[in-house]
Design a protein around this ligand. Structure first.
Ligand code: ADP
Ligand code: MG
Length: 805
């Protein structure tokens, strides 16, 4: 750079710096502070020209001194300049001075003293003899280097050139002399001091500058902690001066270094050379100052930006921290080696930590981690731990600036509860579907059975009639076959009705213990010698309200199935006991066998009518359907537990009945079934009507006939004599049996009523047809059964349902 260029650059830079300083002036609003106008503040300085030093008159001088002095004056702060015995921090800490005019801003210093915002910036450099072996920074690696003996200087130097030999020399000037005197090979200085040294006596020809690749030093006004606010006032005023352009004359002043050893310079150089040197010195200083101001302003701006960025970062971090805290997830990081980083982002909740470690060790997780590292793509997976915890996790690759994956973040969510709830829901739905299917099947079966019963009444009834009339005749045998087939068909429909819960029943308070004991012998015969029967009756068993015949049927069906499941023999256990449940007291009936058991598909369908795994002609598939219907009609539930080869257990839960066990019904008495009373028979199925009439007439009764409820009322009204009994179908087109009976009873007091039906549907049951005093005969019925029930009613001894005659 030529000197003209240097000058030009300096001028341009000054203008730019001042403009920049003015532009940012708004930021630098002075703070209001209490300044003790009566107090004289002692301010220390050292010998560090051209920044601060003692001039010939023994007064403080130098650029930093000039700036601080002027700023303090403008603020009305009185200063006493002291060339202190102690230097810098010790002077402040031991109270020798209140301020120190210029000090490098180091973070650790803030703990012990106060430092204002910096007002000067400098870089370090080396001065080396221009005619020497040192051309570049690298050449200095092992050199002997003199430096003004300051803490910062030593620190920077050893940082920069750890193998060099530092030679502490009190001042920049002494350091310079150490070099020119040959004791040192280079001088390490800040650029201000370097300029000062060169101006002071060093010749530009004698030395060259090697810049140091070090961070800049920011220089500030220092004070002890108590007077920090006053120091800040001074610094603020420096800012104001900079904006007003008031620093320019100071800097110009410094161009001439009034207090400096002018004679020395004089004697060394010619007037012309001196002028050139001074111009160069001023230019250099100006440049440094401009750079200083620019850097300070930029520094402040950057600081402001940094502070804003820091605040934003903190806010953002806080935001994510909160987010992570409220998430139910556990967030973790893994190194490339799959090791859990000790910085668990989120510990998770409760025992998740254990789950996490278990998960990380699992083969599935390891494989997924490998895949993420290999493909760089996120993985989403689920895993069930042996402890029954079910987790869902995702693995997300984390990349560095060069886009390499250096870690993997995991997000783990415990889904055990959700999974369980889902399972429960599925089970409930399955159960609902099952019961809906059973309901549909039940309606279908009930409808078929009802119609069948009307037909069977005729088939069975007439085949019996024919058989009786044929006596000893060749056709008797085939007719007997018809009768037998009719019986079997009646059995089937009866089971269907039981399943569809439309069988007419006579529930009583019964003891399952008594029932099981009664049925014991029959069951033993059924299951054969290979199978051992064990009965375990519960103590003080509650009674249940159920139909004894139906319950016996349940036991027999269980026994039959158990036998079929244990062709090689085994054990069949029937157990009863009381249970206390949320729904109230219950009685549990358990039937278990040690047979072949069944798989899930089978056990899901066993209650369906006609579902059987037994070969053609072996099973009807109606056994358990019947059981199901019976149990539900008694207000209970049934469950099956089975596994292939593990036997089968059925559990029947029945609500305990209030009250005590009813007396067993009296034995069927031997009575004369014939009679001569008048009976009104009402039935809309012509064949059934005719059969009933024939049966009753054959037993000697006088029979009035009606094919509907309306018809029956008419007949009753027209008949002058006594009608002893009304035998009526329940479900008929038009008026139903019950309505008819009520009307007839109004007309004729004392008339007995006997209902007959293929079934009684729920509505009729709920209307009260099933009351204990209701007389009822289920279709199909035999001649004798009808005759017996009619006779008993007319005798006054047969009150009660005789559905299973
Ligand atoms: P069936 O006995 O006529 O086949 P069920 O309704 O009584 O009809 O039973 C249906 C099916 O349930 C049987 O075919 C059999 O597969 C299965 N099952 C019932 N009880 C048992 C049992 N104790 N052990 C194994 N399987 C059984
Ligand atoms: Mg069976």
């Amino acid at each position: 750079m030529t000197k003209t260029q240097t000058r030009l650059v300096a001028v341009v830079a000054v203008v730019a710096a001042l403009a920049a300083a003015l532009a940012t002036g708004v930021v630098l609003t002075p703070k209001k502070n209490k300044i003790d106008k009566n107090r004289v503040y002692r301010i220390g300085y050292a010998s560090s020209p051209p920044l601060h030093f003692q001039d010939k008159a023994g007064k403080a001088a130098g650029l930093a001194v000039g700036i601080v002095r002027e700023a303090a004056r403008r603020r009305g702060i009185r200063l006493e300049w002291k060339q202190a015995k102690l230097q810098g921090i010790p002077a402040l800490r031991q109270g020798e001075t209140d301020f120190w005019v210029l000090m490098t801003d180091l973070p650790e210093r803030h703990a012990v003293i106060h430092l204002t915002e910096p007002y000067l910036v400098t870089e370090y450099c080396f001065l080396v003899p221009s005619e020497g072996p040192f051309q570049t920074f690298a050449d200095l690696a092992e050199a002997r280097i003199a430096f003004p003996n300051t803490e910062v200087g030593l620190k920077r130097l050893t940082q920069l050139l750890p193998r060099a030999t530092p030679l502490p020399s009190g001042t920049p000037r002494l350091a310079w002399e150490a070099m020119t005197g040959g004791r040192a090979q280079a001088v390490f200085l800040d650029q201000y001091s370097a300029a000062g040294v060169l101006l002071q006596g060093g010749s530009m020809q004698q030395a060259r500058i090697i810049t140091a690749p070090l961070p800049r030093s920011y220089l500030a006004l220092a004070s002890n902690l108590a007077t920090g606010a006053v120091a800040d006032e001074i610094r603020d005023e420096i800012g104001v001066m900079s904006r007003e352009g008031a620093l320019t004359p100071l800097v110009q002043d410094w161009g001439f270094f009034p207090g400096l050893n002018i004679e020395a310079i004089d004697s060394l150089s010619s007037a012309r050379r001196r002028e050139r040197m001074l111009t160069a010195g001023v230019a250099l200083l100006l440049l440094l100052l401009v750079v200083t101001i620019g850097l300070v302003v930029r520094g402040r701006r950057q600081q402001a930006k940094l502070t804003a960025a820091e605040a934003a970062l903190r806010a953002s971090e806080e935001y994510y921290r909160t987010l992570v805290d409220v998430l139910p997830d556990t967030i973790y990081t893994l190194g490339r080696d799959g090791e859990l980083s000790n910085r668990l982002v989120q510990q998770g909740h409760g025992e998740t930590e254990a789950t996490l470690r278990e998960l990380i060790g699992s083969p599935g997780h390891k494989a997924n981690l490998r895949r993420v590292l290999a493909t760089g793509e996120m993985a989403v997976a689920e895993e069930a731990t042996p402890q029954g915890t079910f987790v869902e996790y995702r693995l997300i690759p984390i990349r560095d600036q060069r886009s390499r994956i250096f870690a993997v973040m995991g997000v783990l969510r415990d889904e055990t509860e959700k999974k369980r709830a889902e399972g429960e829901k599925r089970e409930l739905e399955e159960r609902l579907r099952q019961s809906q299917r059973m309901e549909t099947l039940g309606r279908l079966a009930g409808g078929v059975a009802h119609d069948f019963n009307n037909l069977l009444t005729v088939i069975k009834g007439y085949s019996a009639v024919v058989l009786r009339r044929l006596g000893d005749h060749p056709l008797s045998a085939p007719v007997a076959q018809i009768a037998k087939a009719g019986d079997q068909a009646a059995d089937l429909t009866s089971q269907l009705l039981a399943f569809s819960r439309k069988q007419m029943i006579a529930p009583t308070n019964l003891s399952l213990n008594e029932l099981v004991e009664d049925a014991g012998r029959m069951i033993e015969r059924l299951i054969g010698e290979n199978v051992e029967l064990r009965i375990v009756p519960g103590a003080d068993l509650h009674p249940v309200l159920a139909d004894a015949g139906q319950m016996r049927q349940v036991l027999l069906n269980f026994a039959t199935n158990a036998r079929d499941a244990m062709p090689q023999g085994g054990k069949f256990v029937i157990e009863t006991r009381n249970l206390q449940t949320k729904a109230g007291p219950q009685v549990l009936l358990t039937a278990s066998d040690t047979g072949i058991g069944m798989d899930r598909e089978t056990s899901a369908r066993i209650f369906e009518p006609f579902f059987t795994t037994k070969g053609e002609g072996h099973g009807t598939g109606l056994g358990l359907a019947t059981v199901y219907g019976i149990v539900h009609q008694a207000g209970g539930t049934i469950q099956v537990y089975s596994e292939p080869g593990q036997g089968t257990t059925f559990r029947v839960y029945l609500p305990a009945a209030a009250g005590t066990v009813a007396q067993a019904p009296a034995e069927i008495a031997e009575i004369d079934l014939r009679g001569s009373e008048t009976i009104l028979v009402t039935e809309d199925k012509h064949e059934v009507l005719q059969y009933a009439v024939e049966v009753l007439e054959s037993y000697g009764y006088r029979v009035l006939v009606a094919d509907s409820g309306e018809d029956a009322l008419r007949v009753s009204a027209e008949f002058a004599g006594v009608i002893h009994l009304l035998l009526t179908d329940v479900v008929m087109g038009g008026m139903n049996g019950r309505q008819l009976a009520e009307k007839v009873c109004e007309q004729r007091t004392g008339i007995a009523v006997l209902y007959m039906s293929g079934y009684t549907d729920d509505i009729v049951v709920r209307q009260g047809l099933i009351r204990a005093e209701t007389n009822y005969i289920a279709k199909p019925f035999t001649e004798e059964a009808l005759a017996r029930q009619v006779r008993e009613i007319l005798n006054g001894s047969g009150v009660g349902i005789k559905s299973r005659a």
